[in-house]
Write a protein that binds this ligand. Structure first.
Ligand code: FVH
Length: 306
């Protein structure tokens, strides 16, 4: 069996006794994670650069290690939840990782995830990268819907799945250690696009006799209705058919974009959040109006890759 074929969880993760683990990083997220493992009865060793942050967790049953090496030595499963990839390198510099299973929940780029996997494997450790799709308040609250993307060693993931599922749901997205970060960043990038549009909408009504709380339900309803674009774009990118069944063609949308820009100007609102997407649609249209005028806006996605 290869490391990346699904495997049965080992006794350490699935049998009656909760498996021991070590956690490096006790910021807001690390502390929230730690509390869920302690509450579930997992023997937990913690380390944090600023040692005082371990105090409350020790009172709840954790063991505080004085050094990263001390924490790593305490358990086979070692979870990292630090600020960034550089802090992971700094914390584990010179630490013996032989035989360890590293789960890195520190936010990073796909390339950082892949490089960190190679780095860990060269030190005799198995490695899984994670992308947390939750805030600290969602950790340990299943109904909040938070989860973590994991990628890298399938064997590691299956071995420790039960432990990893204690704080939040677990979704394995591939053997490529960069894929957890890629999924994480794709979702966060979409979120910021959404935030940008919502911010522009509220700016448009500021100073008018329209209360934000009155626009709020209308915005929610409209964005929900427009959510169809997620699946529509996926289908068109798969089939490369950007023209069949189009209800709002690109030429019409580019013409309407002028109204959006003039309204922003009339209202004294910067177009810095709105313009980039409108410019992209325009670029797709002007490239070949005859070919693209009747297209779905999903066609513009093809311009984004350099
Ligand atoms: N908090 C959130 O809402 C998001 C949710 C999605 C995932 N992110 C990522 O999770 C990682 C940790 O986030 P955090 O919220 O715990 O972050 P902080 O509270 O700022 O704690 C940072 C910890 O990192 C330690 N640290 C920083 N630099 C170093 C270093 N050079 N060497 C060792 N440790 C370092 C820091 O230690 P200290 O300042 O207490 O001594 C904290 O333990 C993060 O990747 C988010 O993007 C959270």
């Amino acid at each position: 069996m290869t490391d990346n074929a699904p495997q049965n969880p080992s006794a350490t993760a699935s049998s009656a006794a909760p498996a021991p683990l070590a956690l490096l990083g006790l910021g807001d997220m690390g502390t929230a994670l730690a509390r869920t493992w302690l509450a579930a009865g997992h023997p937990l060793t913690v380390w944090n650069r600023t040692g005082a942050k371990a105090g409350p967790l020790v009172a709840e049953g954790a063991v505080a290690a004085a050094t990263p090496a001390g924490a790593v030595a305490a358990a086979r499963l070692v979870v990292l939840c630090l600020l960034d990839d550089a802090s992971v390198g700094a914390a584990l510099d010179g630490v013996d990782l032989t035989g360890k299973d590293l789960v890195n929940l520190t936010t990073g780029t796909p390339a950082e995830g892949r490089a960190r996997a190679a780095w860990a494997e060269a030190r005799g450790a198995r490695f899984v990268d994670g992308g947390i799709m939750a805030t600290p308040t969602m950790i340990g609250v299943p109904e909040a819907g938070g989860y973590v993307f994991y990628s890298g060693s399938r064997g590691l993931f299956d071995t420790h799945r039960a432990t990893l599922e204690v704080p939040a749901g677990a979704r394995f997205v591939g053997a490529d250690a960069g894929y957890a970060a890629l999924h994480d960043v794709a979702l966060l990038s979409a979120m910021y696009g959404l935030f940008a549009g919502i911010s522009h909408a509220y700016a448009l009504i500021e100073g008018e006799d329209i209360a934000p709380k009155d626009l709020s339900p209308l915005l929610s309803e409209w964005l929900g209705a427009m959510g169809f674009f997620v699946g529509n774009a996926a289908e068109r990118l798969t089939t490369r058919d950007f023209t069949t069944g189009v209800v709002s063609g690109l030429a019409m949308q580019v013409a309407a974009a002028g109204t959006l820009l003039r309204t922003a100007e009339e209202q004294g609102v910067s177009t810095e959040l709105l313009s980039p997407y409108l410019e992209l649609m325009k670029r797709r249209l002007t490239g070949d109006p005859a070919a693209h005028g009747g297209e779905d806006t999903a066609g513009a996605i093809t311009l984004l890759r350099a």
